[in-house]
Design a binder for this molecule. Structure first.
Ligand SMILES: [Zn+2]
Length: 512
């Protein structure tokens, strides 16, 4: 068995991408989760780049145990010194230094000759070794570098103490077969290459980052640089979860290769990053997208229910995915409906199932996709007049610079109008607190998210709320051009569902 080392650069390359910046505390939280996930190396930042990067590397070095903590540095003394300082408290540490080796970069960016670049590699790597045992060297833009010079650069880095050599496809230009050949050539032409671990770092500009990384692994690369959800510069980096699962699911193809990743932590790690950055993965994203394990067609659904592996190459629980999420549609059959009802906690007789199935088919003809909420609604219809238990009649919010956000609400609950005022951390918080106060109900908020449906300031906002009331969990959704109104709608929607559900369950149990 041979190990493939997972070098995670979510906090460096990933964080560098527009819209993905994180605070020092957020980086620390993410680093703890990466350690739980079992990555071998955490590239925590580019120490000299900013005070925030330095602080984050320092804090992660002090507090996160397990993985090697790494800091990026250009091939200059000052960068290396600052990296070494930031990494001081780490139990296991690595300095990662790099310089470009392609003609276009050397000529226009560095304005240096090949000889000058070799001299810089020599100095930088040996200087880094003065501070740490473990030094990684990257030839920036390797895929566009002149071969003979690339071999020379790698050989020089190894001679001067590099322990890991990284081959980045910096601009996401390589094609798998070509990249494979490059790795093969490096292994055949660099005399001292057996003294180091060979690594790759691929970008996804042509959508080939994962494919390129996997083909390099096949040729003998034993470290891959990657990020959670594939975030990173431009189109992003190779996605950690896709590489890890490809190696695991296709063991038959890759042979005796393994990683130390605890794959059950993948989903959690992915969602933590989404929550921190406020940037969600598309529903069709491999491994972690909302639809990654959703089966819609009736034939597929029946297959999966009889034996999951009929249509699933891996089990959702392997990556910590909550459940095999079957979205019901008009192609779904009775089996899937029964299973979904059971998952929602409703056991029904055969006769009752048939009744519900008829109604379900009617609804499915009108609506393309049927969600949990729709099925619940079908069940409730029969005993409920259709009136919602809670209605927000009015609300007013005051917020601004230098004042406490304050909300006043008027709600209708059990036939009575009730009013309350509350302050909060923000306008949404104040409003929700005022509603709870007016109702004298205190549901537990599990999740809250808001996103714009279109990219303008007058966009429709979509709020989603998940809450739990006396053990009854429900989700709600609200759409409005006003973010507070969207949030209030989502909140009352979720609360009403939880209340109805409680009432329904008590009714079928004969408690009321
Ligand atoms: Zn990169």
């Amino acid at each position: 068995m041979e190990k493939v080392y997972i070098f995670d650069t979510t906090l460096r390359d990933g964080e560098q991408a527009p819209g993905f910046s994180m605070t020092v505390e957020e980086k620390l939280q993410m680093a703890h989760q990466l350690a739980k996930l079992g990555v071998d190396v955490i590239e925590a930042g580019f120490a000299v780049a900013s005070k925030g990067d330095f602080e984050a590397i320092k804090l992660i070095s002090e507090e996160v145990d397990g993985p090697i903590i790494c800091s990026l540095s250009r091939a200059v003394e000052r960068d290396i010194e600052v990296s070494a300082q930031a990494l001081k408290s780490a139990k296991r540490k690595r300095i990662h230094t790099f310089i470009a080796t392609s003609e276009i970069h050397m000529k226009y960016k560095l304005r240096m000759s090949e000889e000058e670049v070799l001299e810089r590699i020599k100095k930088a790597v040996s200087y880094a070794r003065k501070f740490v045992e473990d030094v990684e060297f990257s030839c920036e833009d390797a895929t566009r570098s002149r071969r003979e010079f690339l071999y020379k650069a790698i050989e020089t880095a190894i001679k001067n103490g590099a322990t890991v050599i990284n081959i980045p496809d910096t601009v996401g230009y390589a094609i798998p077969q070509e990249f494979e050949k490059l790795i093969e050539d490096i292994l055949n032409n660099v005399p001292n290459i057996d003294k180091v671990i060979l690594s790759v770092h691929c970008h996804d500009d042509l959508g080939l980052a994962v494919a390129n990384s996997l083909s390099a692994i096949r040729k003998g690369v034993r470290q891959v640089e990657c990020t959670v959800n594939g975030i990173g510069e431009r189109a992003g980096n190779a996605s950690l979860e896709e590489i890890v699962m490809a190696l695991k699911v296709r063991k038959d193809f890759f042979g005796e290769l393994y990683t130390d990743i605890n794959t059950k932590e993948i989903y959690k790690t992915s969602r933590l990053l989404c929550r921190i950055t406020g940037s969600f993965v598309p529903p069709n994203k491999a491994i972690v997208g909302d639809n990654a394990f959703a089966h819609e067609s009736g034939i597929h659904q029946h297959g999966v229910l009889s034996h999951p592996l009929t249509y699933e190459i891996m089990r959702p629980e392997d990556v910590g995915f909550p459940v095999s999420k079957i979205v019901l549609g008009k192609h779904s059959g009775r089996h899937a409906l029964r299973r979904r009802l059971e998952e929602l906690g409703f056991e029904v007789s055969e006769e009752r199932l048939n009744e519900i199935f008829e109604k379900f088919k009617e609804l499915a003809d009108k609506k393309k996709e049927i969600y949990e909420e729709d099925i619940e609604a079908l069940l409730y219809q029969e005993f409920h007049s259709g009136e919602e238990p809670v209605k927000v009649l009015k609300f007013q919010v005051q917020t601004g610079e230098g004042m406490f956000p304050t909300a006043t609400v008027e709600v209708l609950f059990e036939g009575q109008r009730k009013r309350a005022t509350s302050t909060g951390n923000g306008p949404v918080d104040a409003t929700v607190k005022a509603i709870e106060k007016a109702l004298s109900l205190h549901p537990k908020l599990i999740d809250y998210s808001i996103k714009a449906l279109t990219p303008n300031t007058d966009a429709q906002a979509e709020a989603r709320v998940v809450l739990e009331y006396e053990g009854y969990r429900a989700s709600g959704r609200g759409v409005d051009t006003d973010v507070i109104r969207a949030s209030v709608k989502a909140y009352t929607d979720a609360l009403n569902r939880a209340l109805l559900r409680k009432e329904y369950v008590r009714k079928i149990k004969g408690e009321v």
